[in-house]
Design a protein around this ligand. Structure first.
Ligand code: GCU
Length: 514
């Protein structure tokens, strides 16, 4: 009897060994991911495109000889930008139907083909799972926090795994589903519910007992240092308030009866060119470099946010019709791209997004198209690099050759709630970001809201050529397209309370009175 059991165990073990041995054999039949540096990857794309030389981007250092232009009189070398409401055959768009059926698809296509890249067909499915749930407290409000993981099916190429990290936090006392803002950034439990002092005592007693079991001489050490405990709770930290006296944005959202979800862009796609043969872009390409019309990191991050929204629309705590997206800087660009391409998002807060985001590609002020085709090339489609080409089989191209501009990217968000936010250069929201160029793009996008029957930007000068941004803290919040430059730095934090109130007004949502 015993020996039969033993032999069964042995044969099971043998089977397991065969299975373990077979797994790497199966994996090794697949070519491993290409290991390029960012420079090698960029060179590879230049070869695919027939580019020999890229024009260098300007320096951000104002005392460098090749520094960026900050002279307004030289900022508009191509003063006329493509019109969102003119079809590619030159006809004017005068009805919503023409916008939805013809013009919008043209603009979407051009941004995909030439700027941000296409999401390849058949991107594998994402399966969401709740990993842990925690009852927490945010700014005095009880919340429910869920740590989620979105596993991308990698059965076609198991050498790359992509697991999207998202944490959803909703007010525990909500009377019904709440609006939720997805925020691009690191994702973890915001205020982990720590063990009580009694529980800590029990944990420490158990740990000490285990240590003594391992090494009985430690009993004497513990005896001599009775105040020492193996585990300690992190010390209490006062929350940071900004110069306007605002608590953290997440506190403001919860206090207003909203939820928020932090989504980690790095868990979707790395923020560097060397990572393009990995992450979701690499997984779809089975570890090979991109082709010129495929997505760059901005579109991949936006895709990740859309998958986050897929989950949120299934969670009963969330009002799936009122989910927004937020990000600052490169993630401000990603937030705008997310909103532009995925019409299920109801609102966006675009923080300090600059070139590749809200500011005009045709402007020559601060960061240039050549910056986006240089060190930042991986944010964009390979095809975008053509506009920085100094010497290529097709000659040379520049910003004026791009078939679209950022006013049209903003226009793709119409008639939904779109808030373009900046801070002040003197506080660190660099001139490099070209706040004025972003304002011009916002003004130029506004007629699309009007065409669709929604209030656009509440600003009297409708000519983007001459429209000057309003003073700092003078928000244009009357329409569904909003602008506000706050008195903070490279952050959208001081604008968060204005954003929440502005959205609440339009969606008819009020903070629960508690
Ligand atoms: C650089 C870059 C910008 C970007 C910013 C950031 O300044 O040129 O395009 O927005 O970094 O993301 O921090």
């Amino acid at each position: 009897m015993r020996s039969t059991q033993l032999s069964r165990v042995c044969s099971l073990l043998a089977l397991a060994c065969i299975a373990i041995a077979a797994a790497p054999a199966q994996k090794s039949s697949l070519p491993p991911p290409v290991n390029f540096t960012a420079e090698q990857d960029q060179q590879n794309m230049m070869q695919q495109l027939g580019i020999q030389v890229l024009r260098p981007g300007p320096s951000g250092n104002e005392s460098a000889p090749n520094h960026a232009n900050y002279d307004e009189s030289k900022a508009n070398p191509w003063p006329n930008i493509p019109d969102a409401l003119t079809l590619s055959d030159g006809q004017k768009v005068t009805t919503p139907a023409t916008w939805w059926d013809q013009r919008r698809p043209q603009i979407v296509h051009d941004f995909e083909e030439y700027v941000y890249g296409f999401v390849p067909p058949h991107v594998p499915r994402v399966r969401w799972a709740v990993q842990a749930t925690d009852h927490e407290n945010i700014g005095g409000h009880p919340v429910l926090a869920k740590k989620l993981i979105g596993r991308v099916d990698n059965s076609s190429y198991p050498l790359i795994s992509v697991n999207i990290r998202m944490t959803l936090v909703t007010p525990a006392d909500a009377k019904g589903p709440v609006p939720v803002l997805i925020m691009f950034g690191p994702s973890s439990f915001p205020a982990p519910n720590e063990p009580s002092p009694d529980e800590m005592d029990r944990i420490n007693a158990a740990e000490k007992a285990l240590l003594v079991k391992q090494d009985p001489s430690l009993a004497q050490v513990f005896e001599q240092h009775q105040a020492w405990e193996p585990e300690r709770l992190p010390p209490f930290e006062f929350p940071h308030f900004n110069e306007d006296g605002d608590p953290p944005s997440t506190w403001e959202l919860i206090a207003a009866g909203w939820g928020f979800a932090t989504l980690d862009p790095a868990s979707v796609q790395a923020d560097n060119g060397a990572g393009l043969t990995r992450g979701i872009i690499g997984l779809v390409n089975h570890g090979q470099p991109r082709t010129p019309d495929q997505w760059g990191a901005l579109r991949a991050w936006a895709w990740g946010a859309s998958r986050g929204l897929d989950y949120l629309q299934t969670d009963p705590a969330v009002d799936g019709k009122h989910v927004g997206i937020e990000g600052v800087s490169r993630f401000g660009k990603a937030a705008l791209v997310t909103m532009a391409f995925d019409r299920r998002f109801a609102m966006v807060l675009v923080g300090s997004s600059g070139k590749g985001g809200a500011t005009l590609l045709r402007r020559n002020f601060g960061e240039a198209v050549e910056s986006l085709t240089g060190g930042e090339y991986y944010w964009m489609a390979g095809n975008f690099m053509k506009y920085g080409a100094g010497k290529a089989t097709f000659g040379s191209m520049n910003a004026s050759d791009i078939p679209v501009d950022s006013n049209e990217l903003i226009a793709l968000c119409a008639p939904r709630l779109t808030f373009i936010s900046y801070g002040m250069p003197s506080k660190g929201d660099a001139k490099w970001l070209d706040q004025q160029g972003s304002f011009m793009a916002t003004v130029a996008a506004s007629p699309v809201w009007t065409l669709l029957g929604a209030p656009g930007l509440s600003f009297s000068n409708t000519d983007y050529h001459t429209a000057q941004m309003p003073p700092v803290n003078d928000g244009l919040l009357g329409g569904k397209l909003a602008w506000r430059q706050d008195d903070g730095g490279h952050t959208d934090w001081p604008n968060m309370k204005y954003f929440i109130q502005w959205v609440d007004k339009f969606i008819g949502y009020g903070a629960p009175q508690s």
